[in-house]
Design a protein around this ligand. Structure first.
Ligand code: PRP
Length: 211
């Protein structure tokens, strides 16, 4: 089993956009755009190690050696609702990737995730999977989503979030040490309601304007 790892993406563009996300005065339109743009940049980092192979292409001038992707195909799995906000941004980079959806909400009393929807690509076992959810709070939703995807046979799974709490990172590492976690920030912790502090509030509500 691969060693657990957390990658914090400290790129200035990501951090600048994250500052806008955190700001309570940022409205729905801009918030949604920023989530999508950060997702694109995070996906760029998370796909850094994809295997490539050498090919020959004919340029208008001469024959050239070039490199193309050679590994397994990708599948993106956003956790509804908030993960949906990241989908457009990552699909922009890898338009051929298939998309699965897992619907989960957190029970406000127990903070345990409740699954209400699950539709994954039929061939997910043959794909490398990237789970999307901007918030990794207690980690319950991410752990359950990865468990579900593994039950369908997928072997290589990564998690792209935006903000995480130490508790969530620890739990996902403990339950699924093979899953690399990509975040733009590791925040201080959680409040009594399981919200990340300082965080950015409720990502789903801010993306879809349902506050
Ligand atoms: C939020 C967030 C994550 C989850 C994180 O979803 O978008 O999916 O909570 O919490 P956890 O790490 O403690 O499981 P929420 O339940 O608010 O649903 P929504 O995305 O539909 O708003």
């Amino acid at each position: 089993m691969q060693k657990e790892s957390l990658v914090l993406v400290e790129h200035p563009l990501v951090q600048h956009k994250l500052a806008l996300l955190r700001d309570k005065n940022t409205g729905t339109k801009e918030f949604k755009e920023m989530v999508s743009e950060i997702a694109t940049l995070m996906c760029y980092e998370a796909t850094r190690h994809l295997p490539t192979e050498e090919v020959e292409v004919e340029t208008p001038m001469a024959l050239s050696k070039a490199r193309v992707l050679s590994g397994r195909k990708l599948a993106f799995v956003p956790i509804l609702r908030a993960g949906l906000g990241m989908l457009e941004g990552v699909a922009h980079l890898v338009p051929a990737a298939k998309v699965g959806h897992i619907g989960m909400y957190r029970d406000p009393d127990t903070l345990n995730p409740v699954e209400y929807y699950n539709k994954l690509p039929r061939d997910i076992a043959e794909r490398d999977v990237i789970v999307l959810d901007p918030m990794l709070a207690t980690g319950g939703s991410a752990v359950d989503a990865v468990t579900l995807i593994k039950k369908r046979g997928a072997k290589t799974i990564q998690f792209i979030g935006i903000i995480g709490a130490p508790q969530g990172v620890e739990r996902l590492h403990k339950e699924h040490p093979d899953v690399t976690i990509y975040l733009a920030s590791l925040d201080e912790g959680l409040d009594a309601n399981g919200f990340i502090l300082p965080g950015l509030g409720d990502a789903g509500d801010r993306i879809f304007g349902t506050q």
